[in-house]
Design a protein around this ligand. Structure first.
Ligand code: NAP
Length: 312
């Protein structure tokens, strides 16, 4: 089996929680380099650099890089990596704007390299089962509730409150990535209300009215970062035939008409790297921009509501 030499760029929360251990446990990859602005290193990983530029120059053996930085800087880093002849895995959201992602697809194609825009919440068996169950059906009701405590999940992260940091859409796009994966017809944003704290450039909450364009639909998504206590990452769907699906716990658990169809421990990042290995072996890319377009559209049509300042 071919082993792909990979480097991680940006050693923040998700790199440490998921990318490092998952890559190290996957025999298709060898983690040979990391780059960290703060100068962090990882035990057993031969190279540690302070910038991605240094990594690309001084670790020529790298086949691929995983970019785990905030989204604002992803395009510039991915561009340099592709131009240096590396395959690229992007954390979500894949870039700062839709046009940047389109550009990265073009650059990957031109370089003949794999570009993988990951959507980790899609990588659950329950999501696959929901997609199968909904195929060919008409959906009457859709309710997405993604409500979590920003202080608990994003401690010390200032970039999420800056323009281009996406605010509550940083987790919200995970729910939307499941919606775009499982819905039998494409949905779009009809109306949105975005709640911006008076001291931030990104929303703390958002409500979206979604539609496929069919009359009589009730499609709604609610994202809120002010949730304390029970954290909610649920999607409820009712079809025209009256079938009710509930995807709970971020897409990990599926019930259909009350019966449990899938309920397995999450292995989202394991599946991400299994898919990346398959894409690399086949010379393919996977850079679906559908979830990202819904976020962009919410900002396009969204009404801005100013709410009380947020203090972390
Ligand atoms: P984070 O903890 O802030 O980590 C991002 C890291 O990127 C920083 O620690 C820093 O690491 C590096 N970095 C920051 N600014 C940079 C810049 N201007 N240029 C280059 N590198 C920079 O954030 P995170 O939670 O890991 O999130 C990173 C991405 O993963 C986001 O897009 C997020 O949506 C996604 N994600 C996060 C989670 C989660 O649970 N947190 C889950 C799934 C996906 P160094 O100092 O080491 O360079």
């Amino acid at each position: 089996m071919r082993v792909f030499k990979i480097g991680i760029i940006g050693l923040g929360k998700i790199a440490q929680d998921q990318h490092i251990p998952v890559i190290q446990a996957n025999p298709a990859f060898a983690l040979v380099a990391v780059s960290s602005q703060r100068g962090l290193s990882v035990a057993g990983v031969p190279h540690a650099f302070k910038s991605h530029g240094e990594m690309l120059e001084r670790a020529p053996e790298l086949d691929a890089v995983a970019i785990c930085t905030p989204p604002q800087v992803r395009h510039a880093i991915a561009r340099e990596a592709l131009e240096a002849g590396k395959h690229v895995l992007l954390e979500k959201p894949p870039a700062a704007t839709v046009s940047e992602l389109v550009d990265l697809k073009r650059l990957a194609e031109k370089a003949g390299k794999t570009l993988f825009a990951t959507w980790h919440s899609q990588c659950n068996r329950a999501v696959d089962e929901a997609k199968r169950a909904l195929a060919g059906q008409a959906v009457k009701r859709l309710h997405v509730a993604w409500k979590e405590d920003v202080r608990r999940w994003h401690p010390g992260q200032t970039w999420i409150w800056e323009a281009g940091g996406f605010g509550v859409f940083d987790p919200g796009v995970n729910g939307l990535s499941i919606v775009t994966r499982i819905m039998p017809e494409p949905v779009f944003v009809r109306r949105a209300a975005l709640e911006f704290p008076a001291n931030a450039d990104a929303p703390i909450a958002a409500t979206l009215e979604l539609s496929t364009g069919r009359p009589g639909e009730e499609f709604r998504a609610e994202f809120d970062w002010r949730q304390t206590g029970t954290q909610v990452w649920d999607i409820m769907i009712e079809t025209e035939r009256g079938t009710r699906l509930t995807l709970a716990e971020g897409g990990r658990r599926l019930t259909i008409d009350g019966a449990v169809v899938a309920d397995e421990p999450a292995r989202e990042y394991q599946r991400i790297y299994e898919r990346f290995a398959a894409l690399l072996a086949d010379g393919q890319s996977d850079a679906d921009d559908a979830p990202f377009r819904l976020v962009a559209d919410a900002f396009l049509v969204g009404r801005r509501v100013t709410v009380e300042p947020f203090h972390p």
